[in-house]
Design a protein around this ligand. Structure first.
Ligand SMILES: [Fe+2]
Ligand SMILES: [Fe+2]
Length: 231
C-alpha cells in the first residue's frame, strides 16, 4: 500500500448503507488496487460477507485494531480463485517486507512520526500473521503430523524473538535513535529472512500437502483471515 491509497471512512455513513458502499468501492478497484476501510469497531461481519460474496478475490490486511479506530486495507487480488497456504502467507510476508522498506526510507529521511505510524501498521500485521500461524496453521500441522516438537516448536520460539525485535525497533523509532534503529532492524530483518524462508520452503508446502484438497485449503485460509481456530 502506498501512502496515497484511498480511504473509505464509513463512520459517518448510515449503517444500512455501509456494506453496499464498501462493496461498490471494492468492485471499482483495478486488479492489484486497494483502499483502506476506516471504522470504529472490528468489521468482522463484513469480512464474512466478503468471504461469501467475493471468494478468493480479495486480501484483508488489518492495519490498526482500536481502541478508537479499526483500519483495514482491502485489496483486489490480481489472481482470483482458490488459494493455498503458501500463496496466502507468502503474499503476506512480501507485503510486510515492503512496509519494512518504507519504514527504513522514512527513518533515513528523518520522518520519525511517519515512520512510527507505518511501523505500527507493520507490527499490527506481523502480530496478526504470527497469531494466524499459531492459532490456525500450527495446530493443524501438529495434528496431521502427530508432532508438536518439530518445525512448529522452532517457529514458535522464533516468533518470541521476532516480537521482541519489533518491540526494540518500535522503541528506537519512538526515541528517534538512528543507531538503535539500525541495530535492531538489522537483527530483525536477518531473523525474519531466515524464518520466512523456512516457512515458505518447508512448513507451508507441507501443510498444503497435508490438507485434504482445494476445499480444505480454502477453508484454512478463510479461518486464518478471520483468526478463527474453529468453525
Ligand atoms: Fe512465522
Ligand atoms: Fe510466516
Amino acid at each position: 500500500m502506498s501512502t496515497s491509497t484511498q480511504e473509505l471512512d464509513v463512520r459517518s455513513i448510515p449503517p444500512v448503507r455501509r456494506h453496499p458502499e464498501i462493496f461498490r468501492t471494492f468492485d471499482t478497484l483495478a486488479a492489484g488496487g486497494a483502499f483502506v476501510l476506516v471504522n470504529d469497531h472490528e468489521p468482522r461481519p463484513l469480512l464474512y460477507q466478503f468471504q461469501v460474496e467475493r471468494p478468493g478475490q480479495f486480501e484483508w490486511n488489518v492495519l490498526e485494531t482500536g481502541p478508537e479506530l479499526w483500519r483495514v486495507e482491502i485489496a483486489r487480488r490480481r489472481e482470483v480463485g482458490s488459494r493455498s497456504v503458501s500463496d496466502f502467507l507468502g503474499t503476506d510476508h512480501r507485503r510486510l517486507d515492503a512496509i519494512a522498506v518504507e519504514v527504513d526510507c522514512l527513518v533515513h529521511a528523518g520522518y520519525f512520526a511517519e515512520a512510527q505510524r507505518r511501523f505500527a501498521e507493520f507490527r499490527c500485521g506481523l502480530d496478526r500473521h504470527i497469531e494466524e500461524e499459531e492459532k490456525v496453521l500450527f495446530p493443524l500441522f501438529e495434528e496431521r503430523t502427530g508432532s508438536a516438537d518439530g518445525p512448529t516448536a522452532v517457529m514458535r520460539d522464533e516468533h518470541v524473538r521476532i516480537r521482541r525485535g519489533m518491540g526494540q525497533t518500535a522503541t528506537a523509532i519512538h526515541d528517534m535513535d538512528r543507531e538503535g534503529y539500525a541495530e535492531s532492524t538489522r537483527a530483525l530483518r536477518e531473523l525474519l529472512e531466515e524464518h520466512n524462508r523456512k516457512e515458505e520452503m518447508i512448513l507451508y508446502p507441507m501443510t498444503d500437502r497435508l490438507a485434504g484438497g482445494e476445499r480444505e485449503r480454502d477453508d484454512i485460509v478463510r479461518r486464518m483471515q478471520a483468526m478463527a481456530p474453529e468453525e
